[in-house]
Design a binder for this molecule. Structure first.
Ligand SMILES: C[S@@+](CC[C@H](N)C(=O)[O-])C[C@H]1O[C@@H](n2cnc3c(N)ncnc32)[C@H](O)[C@@H]1O
Length: 205
């Protein structure tokens, strides 16, 4: 039971399973006592709401990073394209309006700081240590590697690195998130706390 979780959370567009959302919330509730949380890939704000509710308990902040133009699989003609999120006038995906509506309705405007930009561009000047980083952005190998290289080093000691969409079996899903998860484990910098469904959790040593 998560206090203040919106009744309509299941209707918010997103890709988190219920057990993953709960695990994300629980880790963020502990980690955010140490500092702010950053997610890469907010989409319409579903994962952001779980992180935001966890951070609010510690008077902490979620930096919600997304260019809101969708990943490869969200573009027109691709499997996860949602025509409701397509701005036909501009000819681009635009999830920011829906994201803002959902964060506001959840009462989290004073907890969530949207960073409407590309992950690599945002990381260029980033200096704030992070208590938790949740990687759920682009799922190509280039995008996942870039997110790992840009953000994993900002996780403070004792902080959490969470990575979504881990599939050891390539028949179940793309392998890029799993590749960076294995890189994190192999680096010796993180303890592997295991997986909840497709959500991998690591703690910075
Ligand atoms: C799978 S969705 C995130 C889903 C969300 N975490 C949830 O569970 O509700 C991936 C998001 O990553 C964003 N994204 C992809 N590549 C990005 C990049 N290089 N910089 C910023 N955002 C990116 C897309 O716009 C998309 O909204």
């Amino acid at each position: 039971m998560i206090p203040d979780l919106p009744d309509h959370i299941d209707q918010i567009k997103g890709f988190l399973a219920e057990d993953e959302a709960l695990a994300l919330y629980q880790h963020a509730a502990h980690a955010s006592a140490l500092g702010p949380v950053l997610e890469i890939g907010s989409y319409c704000g579903k994962s952001t709401i779980y992180l935001g509710l966890a951070c609010r308990g510690n008077n902490s902040t979620v930096f919600a990073l997304d260019h809101h133009r969708g990943s490869e699989e969200h573009q027109q003609g691709e499997f996860f394209h949602d025509p409701d999120l397509y701005d036909a006038g501009e000819g681009v995906m635009d999830t920011f309006k829906e994201f803002r509506r959902n964060i506001r309705a959840a009462g989290l405007d004073d907890v969530v700081v949207p960073l409407v930009s590309d992950s690599e561009t945002t990381a260029r000047q980033w200096q704030t240590p992070l208590a938790m980083v949740f990687i759920d952005g682009g799922h190509s190998l280039d995008a996942a590697l870039s997110d790992y290289r840009c953000w994993a080093s900002h996780v403070m000691r004792g902080g959490i690195l969470a990575i979504h969409d881990l599939f050891a079996d390539a028949h179940q899903g793309g392998q890029a998130p799993y590749a960076i998860y294995r890189m994190a484990v192999a680096s010796g910098l993180f303890a592997d706390l295991g997986q909840v469904n497709s959500l991998g959790i690591l703690r910075r040593l």
